[in-house]
Design a protein around this ligand. Structure first.
Ligand SMILES: Nc1nc2c(c(=O)[nH]1)N[C@H]1C(S)=C(S)[C@@H](COP(=O)(O)O)O[C@H]1N2
Ligand SMILES: [Mo]
Length: 258
C-alpha cells in the first residue's frame, strides 16, 4: 500500500520545519535528544537530505532583460584598500583563490577559472537595500550548494561565513572588516550563488570583484562583496563582534528577509 499523500505531506512539512528550526538558531529545541533523533532518523542526517528539505523554499521573483536597471547603484565599499587585494586586482584576479575551510571534509582553494568550470546559474533579480533603493541586475555564478558539496560540509556546521577583503569601518581590533553569514536554508537555496558576472560581464570592482554573494530572498547587506574566504562554523560568536555580520554587529537583523 502506498503512503497516504496527505500524511506524507505532513511528515515532509514537519521534517522541513524541524530542519529549519535546528539550523535557524533554535538552540534549546535542537539540543533535546528526542528532537535530534527525529532529525537523525527517517531521512537520515546527511547533507543530501538537508539540502532536499531546506533547499526547496520559494524562489524570489525573476525578471527579464527588458527590466534591467540602466544604472545599478554601487553601495557600501566600492573599492578595497587592502594591499594584497590591490595586487590581485592589478593582475585581473588570476592569482586570487577562494578559500573554503572550517568544518569541511576537504578544504578548497578555487581559482576563478575553476569556479567558472563548475555548474552555473544566471538570474535577473531585484536588489533591495535597507536604505530604500532597488535595482534590477543580471547575475551569473556558481550555486553555493555546488561549492559546499565539493568541500563536504561536516555535520556540526550550522552557518556559512563569508569573509571579505574590505574594511568598511577602520577599527583597532579589526572588527570593521566586512563579513556575513547564512544558515543552510539560504545556503542551499537554488538562487543562492557566488556571482562572478554581472549583466553579462565580469563583476566590476565597485560591485565586489572578483566574487560576491547573491542571496535573493534577503536584503542587500547580506550579499557579501569581495569574498576571499568561506568558513563553515557551528557558531559565529567568535567572529567580528559575534552577531553574524558587519551590519548585524551594528544592530541590523541577522535574518534580513524581504
Ligand atoms: N564586502 C562588502 N559587501 C557588501 C557591502 C560592503 O560594504 N562590503 N555593502 C552591502 C550593501 S549594504 C549593499 S546594498 C550591497 C551593495 O551592492 P552593490 O554595490 O552591488 O549595489 O552590498 C552589500 N555587500
Ligand atoms: Mo544595503
Amino acid at each position: 500500500m502506498q503512503t497516504d499523500p496527505e500524511r506524507r505531506g505532513f511528515l515532509m512539512r514537519t521534517a522541513a520545519l524541524a530542519g529549519t528550526l535546528a539550523l535557524g538558531g533554535c538552540d534549546r529545541l535542537s539540543e533535546t535528544p528526542w528532537f535530534r533523533q527525529v532529525l537523525d532518523s527517517a531521512e537520515g542526517a546527511t547533507s543530501r537530505a538537508q539540502r532536499f528539505l531546506l533547499g526547496s523554499g520559494p524562489l524570489a521573483r525573476e525578471y527579464t532583460e527588458a527590466d534591467l536597471s540602466p544604472v545599478f547603484k554601487a553601495n557600501g565599499s566600492v573599492s578595497v584598500d587592502d594591499f594584497d587585494y590591490q595586487t590581485l586586482a592589478e593582475k585581473g584576479f588570476v592569482d586570487w583563490r577562494l578559500q573554503i575551510d572550517g568544518l569541511v571534509e576537504r578544504p578548497q582553494r578555487l581559482s576563478l577559472a575553476e569556479l567558472r568550470a563548475m555548474p552555473s546559474r544566471t538570474q535577473i533579480t531585484r536588489h533591495d537595500c535597507v536604505e530604500g533603493w532597488s535595482c534590477i541586475g543580471k547575475w551569473t555564478g556558481t550555486p553555493l550548494t555546488s561549492v559546499l558539496e565539493r568541500a563536504g560540509v561536516q555535520s556540526q556546521a550550522r552557518y556559512v561565513v563569508f569573509h571579505c577583503a574590505d574594511t568598511l569601518e577602520p577599527t583597532l581590533d579589526g572588527t570593521g572588516q566586512y563579513y556575513e553569514s547564512l544558515g543552510f536554508e539560504d545556503a542551499y537555496h537554488p538562487q543562492t550563488i557566488l556571482a562572478y558576472d554581472m549583466n553579462g560581464h565580469p563583476l566590476p570592482i565597485p560591485h565586489g570583484a572578483p566574487l560576491r554573494l547573491r542571496v535573493e530572498r534577503q536584503l542587500g547587506y547580506k550579499m557579501a562583496k569581495y569574498i576571499m574566504r568561506i568558513e563553515l562554523v557551528e557558531s559565529f560568536t567568535g567572529i567580528g563582534r559575534g552577531r553574524g555580520g558587519f551590519w548585524e554587529d551594528r544592530g541590523y537583523e541577522w535574518y534580513a528577509g524581504i
